[in-house]
Every structure is written in structure tokens, then in C-alpha cells.
Design a protein around this ligand. Sequence first.
Ligand SMILES: *Cc1c(COP(=O)(O)O)cnc(C)c1O
Length: 371
Amino acid sequence: MIDLDLYRKYRLKNVINASGKMTILGVSKVPTDVVSQQKFGDENFFEMSDLVIKTGKYLANLLNAEDAVIVNSASAGIALAVAAVIGKGQLYHVYHPYDNRYIQREVIMPKGQNVDYGAPEELMISLGGGKLVEAGYANMCKSDHLEMQITDQTSAILYVKSHHAVQKSMLSISEAVKIAHEHNLPLILDAAAEEDLNKYLKLDVDIIIFSGAKALEGPASGLVYGKKKYINWIRMQSHGIGRAMKIGKENILGLAAAIERYLKVGPESGKSMQKRLSPFLKNLNQIPYINAREVQDAAGREIYRAAVTVSNDSPNSAIKIVEELKNGDPAIYTREYRVNEGIIEFDIRAVQQNEMEKIINALIKIQRREN
Ligand SMILES: *Cc1c(COP(=O)(O)O)cnc(C)c1O
């Protein structure tokens, strides 16, 4: 009998993910009904171009988009979209994407959106052969800032919709679309970690990019959808740089299933999260030197978390507690953004009841121990 406890086999640590959709922990758990369709992909052959085209059409139909294509990550989606808008469907370009006969390479992006999400946004632009031109300043970008950067070398405008990016004094997606279309340029939208698959089509965005494993809870993958012409050009890249970003048949079918499921079931509701949080908060508040309360996501999403304030006279600081939790077995990962202020956040989207009990027990153990 094969040992299927792979934690044991490879001597890996068990992990409780109370941090959210974190790439360093593997992002998401894929739901069982999605895994079964993924498995069908593993165990069968397909005409691959047929699989890519038809799953794309199926999803486009569900989303009311002109066309869609599944790629291996949102990062690949950015690089391939940039390559596509530079090459504009030319086969020579697919084989020679960095040839200097292609001079229309500039991709304009608001400066405050040139973030590092785990890798730099600008690197994906270069990978696709693009040359980044930043618009505006670290703290602001308006329509005028974007427009003044457009030249005859511009190939596209890239907009990053993300909690990582500067939100203040930032032009809206619609404003960016307006500028792009007035100059006959496509707007590429990196919406990797967003939740609403319909919203951006309605804003007339040309190329929309989602990460497969974040909100959509699919396997490692990415979805690119929007206008037919651009999706066609992106699909062509599989004979060029896209080959180095190849996605397997199992993950194509896995993401297609995950999206169909997501459109039916959607993310967990705020109400349900609050209901699951309530007993957890009560138990947290029994622990010495800790004060827990419910907080909503700072970016205003329908996500509720437990915010734990560690009191000043606690034997362990918030920083120390976060470290001890990670070093424990199972390793418990929390949201650490506010740990310097003495606040630890627990995101319960991927935490089950029995795991909440383990978190409580680990905290009690840490707080009882005198240092
Ligand atoms: C996570 C993320 C990405 C990358 O997604 P992958 O699918 O992991 O490549 C790109 N952009 C933003 C804003 C992200 O949050």
C-alpha cells in the first residue's frame, strides 16, 4: 500500500493557514469536486489545442466574454498579454519576440501600481518583451499623467487592481479604459486576486487577467479573457515564450471546473464568516493578555477576520507570538501586517473548526509559558 500521508513521507510540517491566500503556503485548497475533474485530465489524452480552445470558449460563454484562455499563472498572463500586443498576431514575432524590428513596445502603468506581489509587476512586462513606462508619481496618477506618456511606441496600458497598489489619488479603471480607447490602445487589467469576474467586462476592459488559485480556488493556473483578437494573439504565444509557461491538461480542466463552481457557489459570504468567527473570538478572549474582536478587510472586501490585540504586560509580544505559532507543529500562519502595532489577524477563510481549536490550544500554551 502506498503511503498517502505525504506530510509524513517527505517529513513536511502540517500547516494551518490563517493568513489568507498566500502563495508561500500554496494559496488555496482545491475543492473535491474540482479535483475529480482535474483527475480526469491527469488520466486521459486530449488534442491539446482543442482542449485549450474549447475550455476557453466554454468559460467565455459562462462569463459573457468574447473569448478566454487558460494559462499557467496570472504572471504568465501578464507576460503573454504584453507579448501579444507587441506582436499583434505576427508569427515571426512569436518566434523572435525580442527582435528589435518591433519598436512599439512601451507599456504604460501608473507608478503606484508597479508593485511586488511576490515578483515585480515590471519584470512580467519585460518577460513579454515590453518596456515599462511609468505614469504619474508614487502617490498619484490621474488620466492626464497616463495620457501624456502615450507615444507612437506605446503598445498598451496596464492597470493593476490590487490591495498591494496605491489606492489614493489613483485614476479609476473606467478612466484608464477611456484614455486607452481614445488612443486605439488595449487596456490590460491585472485583477489576479480579485473576486468579481463580471465587473471588468462591463467596463469594456480588453484583456482581463485572474490568478487561478486565489479567489477562484483552482489549481496553479491563470485565466485571461476579453476581446477575441487579443485572446487569439495570446494563444499563439504557446509556440513561443508561452512554451516555457506551459500548463498541464489536468490544471486546464481543474481551473475550468473551479470557475464554473465559483460562478455557482461564489466565495463564502461575510455572514457565514462572521458566524464561524463568533465562537473563535469567544475562545480567544479567554486567553490571558489577549483581546480579540471582529474586523472587516481594510480594502472593504466582504472578508471578516479576528484581530487579536496583545496587551503591553503580556509575557510575549505579538511579534514573539507570531514567530512561536509558525515554529509550532502544525505551523500556524497568521496575517502579520499589523504585528508591529501589537495586533495579530486571523483570516479564517481556509481554517476549519478543528483547526481553530488547535490555534486556541497553541496560543494558550505560548501564553502560559513564562519567559
Ligand atoms: C498574485 C498576484 C499576481 C500573480 O499571480 P500568479 O497566478 O501567482 O502568477 C499578479 N498580480 C497581482 C496583483 C497578484 O496579487
